[in-house]
Design a protein around this ligand. Structure first.
Ligand code: F6P
Length: 618
């Protein structure tokens, strides 16, 4: 009773949670608390406590300490790695793809706890709700069904009671037919020439995913053979420099422009579309639009209003989130134009194989689920706010930029634990729970990355001796482009992969002052040459980088992001955070227009913006 009186009157509190305490508490015991630190004994009590805390709108900071984290903090990866049994249990395999997460700062007990956490967060139910087409994107009242985009023709996946798979395949068949016409030259441009070059206009999700896949396929021998004599370019930025780069060297007579926009209202895309329409009509006359411009959108009315024949439009649906739209016409159309539909179909099949694995594999062997739980562990429990995505494959150079947006900063999981800082940047970058409750935690995981070995010569210094950043190393057994120079010790690919294998150990083991002393390193250099080690990473080894594997990689990360969001209890499928900047840009746009046309002085802005605008206009 004494403790309860204390809790009820305190605004800031640090306590060890016991069963007795939780059983005695009522929600109003917590109504004053602004700042709470607790050490839970059992996640069952924690869940009850979280429910009680939900009614407290004052709570600004909640830190949950876990005894297990303290145990892990006392261990070093050097010791964890010496346990072969543990390491063996931390290898997962699917269709030749190997995930090794033994260099995570986790034990078998950690994994058990994380799997319990997944259950407490109702992960199985949430995954089923996604696959069943329930409106889990609650703020937009939409289903989340990107899995239907790559489902086999005979699959049944329902949104609002209707099987969407036939509609998906109608569009895929239309793309197949259209891309064959363009590629064979049976569809010609306004002057009778075949269209060999494509500019895809789009931004965000309507750009980054297709760019990632295109970059990955460009050097795949099979795909490259199919793309001979053709070019695919992407125009995303409204910067006139991007327009210039895109049209540079292209002839409107032989170019097809694909306008990709889910909403068909995005300011940058629409202005770029008008600019390229002008480029075409100036050269070939207004009717040329019918032969040289097509669209991908959910908003076919606006496509028609823009002047593109609806027959030349490829639909998708509001249950496809922009950043999850690579497998819709958003990616499939430009990629099929470049590589042919049969190559893109392999990519879709790869993604679908992971969908099935994700849906049907027990969590302890489920690659996206394990990856997601490890991210939650790193961010929410160990407090690492960032993650580096490090493909040892130049063909994957656009993978990290795509994943950055696929994730969106995230929030927290009200049910389960701890101080949270997760950025993954568009899906999981939220400040409230799915119920709209403010989260008393920092959220979001900062994703970044560069292909190895390039990154080794730039930011790896920080990863080795500066901040601790969990790393995803991604490599392939077989190179897309094997090179072996006579007289060299190893092939280029072996050289690349030597680094892929060495870096995780360098991070995990580090180098001690004792080792340096044995190497006769001078005393003054020992602090500089010491590596603390104990830096977590995981390794994903793919058999090769074929279209199929690219699809698998995409789907693994898509589901990983979703699972993190499910565990944190947030909505990973909306993106309200990008709206405010767009609204403010509209005000500036209006001002620039009235200043340019009527000489009006900037008004309605703060001192800083007014000064900058004046300088710009002068
Ligand atoms: O600004 C963010 C965003 O809404 C993304 O989520 C989306 O992928 C992108 O803009 C482009 O939108 P649209 O495809 O509607 O042009």
């Amino acid at each position: 009773k004494k403790i309860l009186r204390h809790i009820s009157s305190a605004t800031s509190l640090s306590l060890t949670l016991t069963e007795e305490l939780v059983v005695m508490c009522r929600p109003d015991n917590f109504s004053q608390l602004v700042d709470l630190t607790i050490t839970p004994c059992d996640s069952g009590w924690l869940e009850q406590l979280m429910l009680m805390l939900k009614s407290n709108n004052e709570l600004q900071s909640l830190t949950i300490k876990s005894g297990h984290v303290e145990d892990i903090n006392k261990t070093h990866l050097r010791d964890l790695m010496s346990d072969a049994h543990r390491c063996e249990s931390m290898m997962l395999e699917f269709e030749g793809l190997l995930l090794d997460y033994s260099r995570q700062r986790a034990t078998v007990e950690t994994m058990d706890k994380l799997l319990n956490l997944a259950k407490a967060a109702q992960l199985p139910e949430k995954i089923s709700r996604m696959f069943n087409g329930e409106h889990i994107n609650s703020t937009e009242n939409r289903s989340v069904l990107h899995v239907a985009l790559r489902a086999p023709k005979d699959a049944v996946i329902k949104a609002d009671g209707k099987n969407v798979v036939p509609e998906v395949w109608n569009v895929l068949d239309k793309i197949k037919d259209f891309s064959e016409k363009i590629r064979s030259g049976s569809w010609v441009g306004a002057t009778g020439k075949p269209l060999k070059d494509v500019i895809a206009i789009g931004i965000g999700g309507s750009f980054l995913g297709p760019l990632f896949v295109h970059t990955a396929l460009q050097t795949d021998p099979e795909a490259a053979e199919c793309a001979k004599g053709r070019q695919l370019r992407f125009l995303a930025n409204i910067d006139p420099v991007d327009v210039a780069r895109n049209i540079n060297g292209l002839n409107p007579e032989t170019t097809l422009v694909v306008v990709v926009s889910k909403t068909f209202t995005t300011a940058e895309t629409m202005l770029n579309a008008r600019t390229l329409r002008n480029w075409i009509t100036t050269a070939l006359g207004a009717p040329a639009v019918a032969k040289h411009m097509v669209a991908v959108s959910t908003n076919l009315a606006l496509v028609e209003k823009f002047g593109i024949d609806p027959n030349n439009a490829f639909a998708f649906w509001d249950w496809v989130g922009g950043r999850y739209s690579v497998c819709s016409a958003v990616g499939v159309l430009p990629l099929s134009l470049q590589y042919g539909f049969s190559v893109v179909e392999k990519f879709l099949k790869g993604a679908s194989s992971i969908d099935q694995h994700f849906q049907s594999t027990p969590f302890e062997k489920n690659i996206p689920v394990i990856l997601a739980l490890l991210s939650v562990w790193n961010v929410s429990f160990l407090g690492y706010p960032a993650r580096a995505i490090l493909p040892y494959s130049q063909a994957l150079e656009k993978f990290a930029p795509h994943i950055q947006q696929a994730c969106e900063l995230s929030t927290f999981m009200y049910l389960c634990n701890i101080q949270l800082a997760y950025v993954s940047m568009e899906s999981n970058g939220k400040g409230v729970s799915i119920d709209g409750l403010p989260l008393p935690f920092e959220t979001g995981e900062i994703d970044f990355g560069e292909p190895g070995t390039n990154g080794q010569h730039s930011f790896y210094q920080l990863i080795h001796q500066g901040r601790v950043i969990p790393c995803d190393f991604i490599g392939t057994v077989k190179s897309q482009q094997p090179v072996y120079l006579e007289g060299e010790v190893v092939s280029n690919h072996d050289e690349l992969m030597s680094n892929f294998f060495a870096q995780p150990d360098a991070l995990a083991y580090g180098k001690t002052p004792e080792q340096l002393q044995k190497e006769n390193v001078s005393e003054n250099l020992i602090p500089h040459k010491t590596f603390s080690g104990n830096r977590p990473s995981l390794s994903l080894l793919l058999p090769e980088l074929s279209a199929y594997n690219v699809g698998q990689l995409l789907a693994i990360y898509e589901h990983r992001v979703a699972v993190q969001g499910f565990v944190w209890g947030i909505n990973s499928f909306d993106q309200w955070g990008v709206e405010l900047g767009k609204v403010l840009a509209t005000q500036v746009r209006k001002q620039l227009h009235s200043s340019r046309t009527q000489g009006a002085a900037p008004e309605g802005f703060n001192y800083s913006t007014t000064t900058l605008l004046k300088r710009y206009l002068e």
